[in-house]
Design a protein around this ligand. Structure first.
Ligand code: ATP
Ligand code: MG
Length: 302
């Protein structure tokens, strides 16, 4: 499928997959595709950073390859590994069948049959549908040596496997990196990328997202939910709810057949939007009532 020809087309095509994209984000997505640059998305938890990679792959008809980062992730796990168990079985089988031809066996053991391709290598393989979307998710969870390795991998899109040689991507993948900013990612890596901070959506956009993700929710209740969550985010709490929590909460309220928010319903279901006991204790009761009043005072469209 063709790349979008304009920023508006990015917005409409992402919308057709259920992703509500603000114009500034659509602009960097458009530029990343047009210039072939990796896109670095930083922002609060649950604001749609991971989801945009999925939506983009879907709308472009490309494969999505995800590299989930974690502490201790190293280059070999991200690129390739040898299948030791299968290699051992092959050695045993060769031994059982008589004296093996050592050289041929060694060549076999370090050939494509025993290679386990990890996300970075998979993303460099040719694909008839076009270069895949490579999502490097939650980069802030890895350490600096891995970042340095990525910096190199992202600049030339080739990897060298000593036993097999160098593999180069025929067409660079579309790269999206995300971070929750639990630590700063190195400037050198950021410089390679187009950068965008994914903020909490405003009232209208969050309402739009909610209506897309939780269809069947009455308009008044949707407005109350979004109004309440937006008001909650202005409070001094430890962990503010993301869009994911808004959607979860709406689904809980739907399951409970709630048609109108009340302080009691809010107190009973706060666990869907707040995940820290201190925050829950702080908001429960009179605070919830006050925020609900604030939410009800949100302007209703004419
Ligand atoms: N703009 C949006 N349009 C549609 N759905 C959205 C949007 N933003 C968030 N969502 C919904 O919120 C959920 C959480 O989004 P996602 O997992 O992408 O957040 P994230 O920013 O990657 O969070 P985390 O930092 O916790 O990984 C998604 O499953 C999606 O349904
Ligand atoms: Mg994510």
């Amino acid at each position: 499928m063709q790349n979008p020809a304009s920023i508006d087309e990015v917005v409409t095509r992402l919308a057709s997959t259920g992703y509500v994209c603000a114009r500034p984000l659509a602009t960097v997505v458009f530029l990343a595709l047009r210039l072939g640059r990796p896109l670095f998305l930083e922002g609060e938890a649950g604001t749609g950073k991971t989801e945009i990679a999925r939506a983009l792959a879907l709308t472009l008809g490309r494969r999505l390859i995800r590299l989930q980062c974690y502490e201790g992730l190293d280059a070999s796990t991200a690129v390739y590994e040898w299948n030791f168990a299968a290699q051992m079985i092959a050695i045993r089988t060769a031994e059982a069948q008589g004296a093996p031809d050592r050289k041929a066996l060694q060549q076999d053991l370090f050939g494509p049959d025993f290679l386990i391709e990890r996300p970075l290598l998979q993303a460099m393989r040719p694909d008839p549908a076009g270069a895949p979307v490579l999502l490097i998710d939650e980069l802030d969870r890895t350490d600096e040596p891995f970042e340095a390795f990525l910096l190199e991998a992202l600049s030339d899109f080739q990897v060298t496997i000593p036993e097999l040689g160098t593999i180069t991507a025929p067409e660079p993948p579309i790269v999206i990196l995300t971070s929750n900013r639990t630590r700063e990612v190195h400037d050198a890596l950021k410089r390679r990328c187009l950068y965008h901070w994914v903020d909490y959506p405003d009232f209208d956009r969050e309402l739009d997202i909610l209506q897309t993700r939780a269809p069947g929710l009455a308009d008044t209740l949707s407005r109350q939910i979004v109004g309440f969550v937006q008001a909650l985010r202005t409070e001094d709490i430890f962990k503010k709810p993301g869009v994911a929590e808004t959607i979860d909460w709406a689904k809980c309220l739907l399951a409970l057949d709630v048609i109108d928010l009340s302080p009691q319903v809010i107190s009973d279901t706060l666990g869907a939007i707040l995940k820290y006991q201190d925050d829950i204790a702080r908001i429960q009761g009179s605070e919830a009532k006050r925020l609900l009043e604030q939410a009800r005072a949100m302007p209703v469209p004419t």
